[in-house]
Design a protein around this ligand. Structure first.
Ligand SMILES: *Cc1c(COP(=O)(O)O)cnc(C)c1O
Length: 355
């Protein structure tokens, strides 16, 4: 792929690493590529970060043809920059887009796009422990046309945002979770297995209500009977019951997390029995009652591991591991982090060194 590079003439001042937070700052450049039926994917370019000009009738604004990815580049203790499982993220976009009737560049092109942007904006990869350069590939319909059908024109772009230590560098922090028994994030047969913006739109109101009640996020249950667990917030969810790690199997209403996959591999290595199977709220309550429910945590690129300290229902609260992060969560978090920073050998081929 030929990538035309136009560098900015007005580089931004980089924020101090302690103030990065998440998603607040953006690097100097972005990658973009256009699709039309006549040209296919064309005009791959890296250009200064700036607003796009898009037709107000574009499909993305009206019928929600939009999806995204999220992966990270890390600066190791040795100074080298590494991408974590970037090709898996490219594959997920390629697999998900057809559900929204969208074309994508090839997996190889999307992987190359991310690599090229990280190379150009290498100075934006922060150094301190737990920080990263978060990469956000995005695919939107740009054709200006109001009839309801898949658009004919698309834009694929990648932006990069330096991200701070998710837990502020003070170790893991457990969150309080409200079990959502009415609203649904994604029904069977819907868009749940694709990283479509629409799934996030569907989830915002519940999350907002939970926050208002003093919770951090919600636990999503299946859309049919509200009986089986699906995900937690915008993360996959794992339960440590006895010596087993139990997580819902991947269906078309659950997003196949790259972190989920990594954690399952490492958990097996640590001697846990991994069970990918439906798990009901009833089973969770029973395991809590009998004392076998040791830990609950979410997995996702942004936080890696997010321990759950409390599960709350109308009229009932389950305290998990005394409201504190548990040993399995702590160990998995440390291990993924060490692999990402290049301090633990990458025996799985998960890393790709950029420079
Ligand atoms: C992105 C996402 C995840 C986590 O996926 P990772 O690849 O681990 O970052 C889980 N659930 C939902 C709904 C998501 O959008």
């Amino acid at each position: 792929m030929d990538i035309r590079i136009t560098k900015t003439t007005t580089p931004k001042v980089k924020p101090p690493e302690a103030e990065l937070g998440f998603g607040k700052f953006f690097s100097d450049h972005l990658f973009a590529m256009d699709y039309s039926p006549e040209t296919g994917w064309s005009d791959a370019r890296i250009q200064p970060y700036a607003p796009f000009q898009i037709d107000p009738a574009a499909g993305v604004f009206h019928y929600g043809q939009a999806m995204f990815e999220g992966s990270k580049a890390f600066r190791g203790d040795d100074g080298h920059i590494r991408l974590f499982r970037a090709e898996q993220h490219a594959r997920r976009m390629a697999i998900g887009a057809p559900r929204l009737c969208m074309p994508t560049p090839t997996e190889a092109q999307m992987h190359e796009a991310v690599k090229a942007l990280v190379k150009v904006d290498a100075d934006w990869v922060p150094k301190s422990e737990g920080t990263s350069l978060y990469l956000r590939p995005t695919l939107i319909a740009t054709e200006g046309f109001l009839g309801v059908r898949p658009a004919t024109k698309y834009l694929y772009f990648v932006i990069a945002s330096p991200a701070g230590n998710y837990f502020g560098g003070k170790g893991l922090k457990a969150v309080r979770i409200w079990v959502e028994t009415h609203d649904v994030r994604a029904p069977r047969g819907g868009l749940g297995a694709t990283k479509a913006g629409a799934n996030y739109a569907a989830s915002l109101l519940s999350a907002m209500k939970a926050k208002k009640e003093g919770f951090d996020q919600v636990l999503w249950l299946d859309g049919k009977d509200h009986e089986f667990v699906e995900e937690v917030g915008t993360m996959n969810v794992c339960f440590i019951i006895g010596n087993s790690l139990v997580t819902p199997p991947l269906t078309d209403s659950i997003l196949a997390g790259v972190t989920r996959d990594s954690v399952l591999v490492l958990a097996k290595e640590q001697g846990l029995t991994v069970e990918e199977r439906p798990i009901s709220i009833k089973e969770i309550k029973a395991a809590h009652q009998s004392g076998t429910l040791k830990e609950v945590f979410g997995t996702g690129t942004a936080a890696v591991i997010s321990p759950v300290g409390e599960l709350a229902f109308a009229g009932e609260k389950l305290s998990i591991n005394g409201g504190k992060p548990g040993p399995v969560a702590e160990k998995l978090y440390a291990e993924v982090g060490a692999i990402q920073r290049g301090t633990k050998p990458d025996t799985y081929g998960w890393l790709q060194t950029i420079d």
